[in-house]
Design a protein around this ligand. Structure first.
Ligand code: GCU
Length: 420
């Protein structure tokens, strides 16, 4: 998609309250200094080693992102059950195992169930697994007739097929398989697990899906769809811990776009994730907010207020005053391996802002001994950087494709700790 098209789509979808201008001109990026990556918000204390970072800086950064940006993730539910409802040792043309696990979560006010689809390589040892949510239902991720469809889907249009009654359709089966190249992932020795994101929190775009979301099982009021989705990834990890052929200690949270924001939050707040991938996550994902390039706090909080804590709105247009920026969100994942991917035409998500953010976050990795971190010269189209953190900018538009996965697999094959 051309930047102009992205821009007009986004603006068309905004309420007509004086459309904010979208900047795609590097020369107009405000000259706002970034908060020091190693300092607590407010700049009162700067960590000079990993211990100080862990004890005196990291908790304050985490607190900022929970209270001011995403909202607090719910606690682990009181009751959780995992039931294998379908299984095959001969999936994907005989190359993989398939498990479909019904996850049921119970809280003070009720229960929620949804299905996690899992493919695993037929390897002698438990396999590391990418764990991510999907946009269109598990059945849309592969042309596999055994994949169970969700009960409710968001009204959407895909491949020329419009859904307007919230009912899933067979016609969507495999329509997003280009985003989930399972055979490639399996051939690289990884498994892949996915859940339909609206099973966790319906993304209704023009209304808040909270009443139908996982939040409805809790007594306490909660908000923030991204926090809920990221919590859903943690529940996927709970399920993975019960599967003997999966190495849950080597699970990597992965996501594209709003679900890339989600993967970052999951890894930042759930230390069990061994790593994370942000693909085109953009504003309130990997991209630096202070740059105000492409999507901004003003735009995202107007269009998707329910994705975030209500507090975020107050920073619209005041990015330069925010006590922390997104490089500090990325730094919360240190020292676990982190991969940020951009796409050259996806200016809405600000590829340069995503790269600079990762480069700045690398200062936290350096506290833990990382030496191979990116510098300005590593920013370029299709020249992947794979050191202690990873980065690439695929040629093309907003999407997650085989090229991206190939590079994620290459990076994590080296960066993940060996199986224990
Ligand atoms: C919109 C939104 C982005 C988001 C994207 C997506 O473009 O503005 O913040 O990342 O949708 O999830 O596809």
């Amino acid at each position: 998609m051309k930047p102009l098209a992205i821009c007009s789509f986004a603006l068309a979808a905004l309420p007509s309250l004086g459309a904010p201008t979208v900047n795609y001109d590097e020369a107009k990026v405000p000259d706002a200094p970034l908060p020091d990556a190693l300092s607590a918000p407010g700049g009162t204390f700067k960590a000079s080693n990993a211990l100080e970072w862990e004890s005196r800086v990291r908790p304050k950064i985490a607190e900022f992102f929970e209270s001011e940006v995403y909202g607090r993730r719910p606690p682990r539910p009181e009751r959780e059950t995992f039931e294998i409802v379908e299984s095959s040792d001969d999936a994907l043309g005989g190359k993989a195992l398939r498990r479909q696990i019904k996850i049921t979560l119970g809280g003070a006010k009720g229960e929620k169930s949804f299905i996690m689809l899992l493919y695993l390589p037929k390897s002698p040892a438990p396999a590391p697994v990418f764990v991510g949510l999907n946009f269109m239902g598990n059945h849309a991720t592969a042309d596999d007739p055994e994949i169970i469809m969700p009960e409710w889907v968001r009204n959407t249009r895909l491949g020329g097929i419009q859904i307007s009654d919230n009912r899933p359709t067979e016609k969507y089966r495999g329509l997003q398989s280009r985003r989930w190249p399972y055979e490639k992932i399996i051939s690289k020795g990884f498994g892949a697990a996915t859940i339909y994101y609206c099973d966790i929190y319906p993304d209704l775009e023009k209304a808040d899906g909270a009443p139908q979301s996982v939040y409805s099982i809790f007594k306490e009021p909660m908000n923030g769809a991204i926090a809920a989705w990221s919590w859903g990834l943690s529940r996927a990890l709970d399920a993975l811990e019960t599967v003997p052929q999966a190495d849950a200690k080597r699970a990597v949270a992965v996501g594209h776009s709003r679900l890339g924001k989600t993967a970052l939050l999951a890894a930042a707040f759930d230390a069990r994730f061994a790593g994370a991938v942000s693909n085109d996550s953009g504003c309130m994902g990997a991209a630096l907010s202070r740059r105000q390039f492409g999507e901004t706090v003003e735009i995202i909080t107007r269009q998707f207020p329910f994705w975030f804590s209500p507090e975020l709105r107050k920073w619209a247009g005041r990015e330069a005053e925010m006590p922390a920026d997104q490089h500090q969100m990325l730094a919360l994942i240190a020292p676990r391996p982190l991969y940020v991917a951009s796409a050259s035409e996806d200016l809405w998500a600000d590829p340069r802002g995503e790269f600079l953010s990762l480069a700045e976050a690398s200062k936290a990795y350096a506290l833990f001994g990382a030496k191979n971190v990116p510098s300005e010269a590593d920013f370029g189209v299709e020249k992947p950087f794979a050191g202690d953190v990873g980065y690439h900018m695929r040629r093309g538009g907003h999407d997650i494709l085989e090229y991206d996965w190939e590079n994620f697999c290459n990076f994590f094959s080296k960066a993940l700790p060996r199986a224990r």
